[in-house]
Every structure is written in C-alpha cells, then in structure tokens.
Design a protein around this ligand. Structure first.
Ligand SMILES: Cc1cc2nc3c(=O)[nH]c(=O)nc-3n(C[C@H](O)[C@H](O)[C@H](O)COP(=O)(O)O)c2cc1C
Ligand SMILES: [Mn+2]
Length: 513
C-alpha cells in the first residue's frame, strides 16, 4: 500500500535503510544541492537490483537525505526521496512498476462482461473507481498551524540549487524590474482550477521566491496550469493557487505525469493510492488543499503582474533563460506541527527526476499504445533528459510504418517535444542503448531513412532558433522492405542456430573455458 503522508514514507525509507539523516548545520544556499547532486550519482542504497529495462543506469541514486539542521529555518529539508528505482517503487506501493502498468491496462482496456453474472462481478470494480475521487474532509494536519498576516516564505528552508540561479542579467535577459532571489520551490504540487468548469489540475512547476509574500510561477505555455491561467486572464480575474508540499507520496508524482488536460491529477493520484486523496478547504482562497500535506502556501496570481523569472539550473543540464512569468501574492502559509520541507534539484542526469520519468515511461505505456497501437515498447534514455531522445520498437507491417509511428509520436501528448525518435524492429532490445544504436548505425541510409520536421519544443530546449520551437529528427532504423526505397536485397542478421548453442552449453566444461 502507498503511504498516507511524506513523514510516514520517510520513516519507512529509514526502516529500509534508504534514508540518511544529516545533523550538522547546512546552508540552504547551494550546500544541500551540492550534496544531493553527488549523492544522486552514488550506487543505490540497500539491496536494490536495477530493473531489466535499465540494467546500465538503474543501480544509482544513493540515499534519500534529511537535513535536520538547516541554517535560517526550524524546518528540516528532505531531498532525493524519490531518487532511486527502489524508492520510486516504494512511493507507489509496488515491488515493480509493471504492477501499476497492469492496473492502467485493465482500466483502459476493460474486458467487456457478456453474461449477467459477469456484469455483477464487475460492480465492485466500478465502485472502486468511484473511490478514487478526492474526498473533502473537515480537518487536516496541514492546517495545524496557520500563518496569514505573519506568513513569510523566508521562514521556509527554500533552497538555491545552482550558483547563477536567479542572477539578474545572467544568460542574457536584463533585470528590468523587481529582482528575485536565487531560491526556488522545486518539489511541490501547484494546484489550480479551470474557471469554466471548476476542474482541478496539479502540476509540478518551480516557483522563484522574490520576497516574503511574492513569488513567480514557472509553468510552461504547453502545461495545464498555464492554460488555466490564460482563462482567468481572459476573464480579467485573479487566479487562486495552492502550492502543496508532501501529502500522499503518489501526489507529487501524479503532478509530474503527462495526463491529458481534462484528466485530474488528484483522481490519478487516488487511483495510484487506491483511495481518494483527502482535501480540506483552504483558509484564504476558494480552493481545496491536500489535508495530509506537510506545508501549504495559498495565494493569488495577478493577471496584470509579471516578474522576470530565472535563470535556473535545469534538468537539461544547462541554465534555462530568464523570462516573464506571472507573480504570486501569498495570502497564507499553513503547516502541520513539525513539518518536513521536500525539495529536489535537477541537472546533469541522473537526478531524482530521472526515476519519476522512468516510472511514467512504464506506467503510461498502455495509454500510449491506445493512441499508437503500433508501439510494442519504448525507452527514454537517461542522456536524452526526457525530451531529447526516444527509442521506439514496432513490428513492421507495411512500407513506411516507422514514418507513421514517428508522425504519430510527434503529436502524442508531451512526447511531441521529442527531438530525436529512433524506430527499431521488434527483435531489438529497445532498453539496450548499444543494441539500438548498433541497429541505427547499421540499418540507416541517412538520406533515405531520416525525416526532419519543425514543431513545438520543450520551453527549456536551448538549441532551437526560438524558445519553444525547433526541428526534430525521425530515424527509421528498421530493416527496409519494398516500397521504402531499397534497391538491393537486405542481408540476414547474424545469429547462431539453437542446436549449436545447446551443444556448446552442454560441452562448456569440456572446453576448459
Ligand atoms: C522536478 C520537476 C520539475 C519540473 N518543473 C517544471 C516547471 O518548472 N515548469 C513546468 O511547466 N513544468 C515542470 N515540470 C514538468 C511538469 O510537472 C509536467 O510536464 C506535468 O505533466 C505538467 O502538468 P500539467 O500539464 O497538468 O500542467 C517539472 C517536472 C519535474 C519532475
Ligand atoms: Mn494536468
């Protein structure tokens, strides 16, 4: 079973020898980040073998860390909590991501009951579906202590991740107006509502601290938080916003998931949690907040006020450039007694976000296959930092089949940001980067088998000519068939026959090898 809140999760990580407590005083400015950056590259804590889908990089991630003595704040900082396969599995309450994948598969491909008895048997399953919706309850520990007029972001141990974060003018953009600090909220769910239909959305977006009650919210134009905000802006209304830290560990994970705009992350978290996320009314805004959160920030986003947000050391391994983002006016900070403040850093991989991404890669395969049934499996390599590279496996059935899959992927949710897509045949292990690149290099005629196409890019991509737009390459690394421009016979690939493999297996000791 998943955990009811962050501290229960941390206690269980401790019991699994997955947690280290740092008791000496540390600086929230760069020191915590520098430590976490190194720890994320260490061998994974405990006895946690890498999954077969990631044999090379899967064994990293060190320990989850709690810094108990953070300069300038009474609140401890937890970091790298989801930063290994083992901890990510624990957060989801499973021993293998495939358990969740199977549940998703059943959800999207339910077997239709035919007889009345079968229909009756399905009823409890339907009732269970209803139990995944968020539950509004009366009280919640996240409001044990309430600060309104005396609320200050500076009371929280908000970290600075990289040396030039928030530095005016660094990376080109001049600081025209109010200058922010280098401190960023990095691991929280940003809750917003669609003003037209009241539907909830939770996304994980960084938030830069400007002052005691002033911050900037960095949601990308493509994401649902920004979409909701545009609607408020068009109405000329202020937007209520909640920043929630902690709560059920499936909740911050769900906030990172590439769900379609109309699918609620709270509902999906309830599905992962096998029970609805508990919510309570906020103190100062017309929103609900997660009852079991460690800390909650409430506030309003003013459609008329923007701030120069950034630069920020990003998951691309580079600083993303400063730009204008909406300002958040904080109206309340509430928290449980003795809260823990969760944070993360991003940067050259592997970092904590790699494991969130890998869980999503596995869990969303059935949904991707609903959109593009041709896809047998896929792999987002660590070096691709999510959007830069996707390896995809198909069973080719007709000429230009790989091209069809490339075109489809470039229109599929957040995979549309992919800068390079390599399609391989079904006998290639798509999780083995050597195997994919071997077949790519061997099978591709670069003029014939590639397609370059312009499209939307991730806002953080710095290579394209404009922010958010650039060129992508699709590479057909499958063996070519008639109709794909091949004018010669395609050679057979080398494999030993089964009889001989059996024979030498039996005789291996005789060889004295
Ligand atoms: C650690 C981490 C930090 C992220 N930071 C941002 C961010 O600052 N801005 C953003 O738009 N997306 C960010 N993302 C990605 C979004 O959380 C993700 O794309 C999510 O699906 C967006 O949800 P939405 O479409 O409901 O807005 C981050 C993801 C992770 C794992
Ligand atoms: Mn969403």
């Amino acid at each position: 079973m998943p955990y009811p809140d962050l501290q229960t999760f941390l206690a269980d990580l401790d019991a699994h020898s997955q947690l280290k407590r740092i008791t000496v005083e540390v600086d929230p400015i760069l020191e915590i980040s520098a430590i976490a950056n190194q720890v994320s590259k260490l061998p994974a804590a405990g006895n946690s073998p890498p999954p077969p889908t990631d044999p090379v990089h899967g064994g990293l991630g060190g320990h989850a860390l709690i810094f108990e003595n953070v300069k300038g704040s009474a609140i401890p900082v937890a970091i790298n909590v989801f930063g290994s396969y083992e901890r990510m599995r624990l957060a989801l309450g499973v021993s293998d991501f495939e358990e969740v994948t199977d549940r998703v598969r059943q959800l999207v491909r339910p077997e239709m009951p035919t007889t009345l008895i079968e229909k009756m048997k399905k009823l409890p399953q339907l009732a269970r579906l209803a139990s995944f919706a968020p539950k509004v309850v009366k009280r919640g520990m996240c409001q044990d202590i309430v600060h309104t007029d005396d609320a200050s972001l500076f009371d929280l141990p908000i970290i600075q991740c990289w040396p030039h974060d928030g530095e005016p003018g660094f990376g080109g953009k001049p600081a025209e107006d109010t200058v922010g600090t280098g401190r960023y909220i990095t691991f929280a769910g940003i809750h917003t509502k669609d003003p037209d239909n009241g539907k909830d959305n939770v996304g994980m977006y960084r938030v830069q601290v400007f002052d005691k009650r002033l911050a900037a919210v960095h949601w990308h134009v493509h994401h649902d938080g920004a979409r909701n905000f545009r609607k408020y802006k068009n109405r000329g209304e202020k937007m209520p916003l909640v920043i929630a830290f902690g709560a059920e560990p499936v909740l911050p994970y769900a906030a990172t998931c590439p769900l379609p705009p109309d699918v609620s992350e709270l509902l999906f978290a309830g599905f992962l949690n096998d029970g609805g996320i508990e919510m309570i009314p906020a103190k100062t805004i017309p929103m609900n907040v997660p009852a079991n959160a460690e800390i909650v920030i409430e506030g309003w986003v003013d459609p008329e006020q923007t701030l120069i947000e950034g630069p920020f050391g990003d998951h691309t391994g580079f600083y993303s450039q400063a730009d204008r983002y909406p300002a958040l006016q904080v109206t309340a900070i509430t928290h449980r007694e003795h809260p823990v403040f969760p944070a993360t850093i991003v940067g050259f991989p592997p970092q904590e976000d790699y494991y969130l991404g890998k869980a999503t890669e596995r869990i969303f395969l059935p949904l991707l296959q609903m959109l593009i049934p041709d896809i047998l499996d896929y792999h987002l390599p660590m070096f691709g930092a999510f959007h830069n590279c996707a390896f995809v496996k198909i069973r080719k059935e007709y000429p230009m089949h790989a091209r069809k899959v490339i075109s489809s992927l470039l229109g599929a949710g957040q995979l549309m940001f992919s800068k390079m897509i390599v399609v391989v045949d079904e006998d290639v292990n798509v999780h083995d980067e050597q195997d994919v690149l071997f077949h790519m290099c061997a099978n591709v005629d670069w003029r014939r088998d590639t397609v370059i196409i312009d499209g939307p890019c991730d806002i953080l991509d710095h290579a394209g000519p404009y922010c958010g737009s650039g060129a992508k390459i699709g590479i057909d690394a499958t063996r070519k068939i008639p109709g794909e421009g091949v004018i010669r016979d395609w050679p057979g690939e080398l494999t030993m026959n089964d009889e001989m493999i059996e024979r030498i297996k039996h005789r291996w000791d005789e060889y004295g090898l």
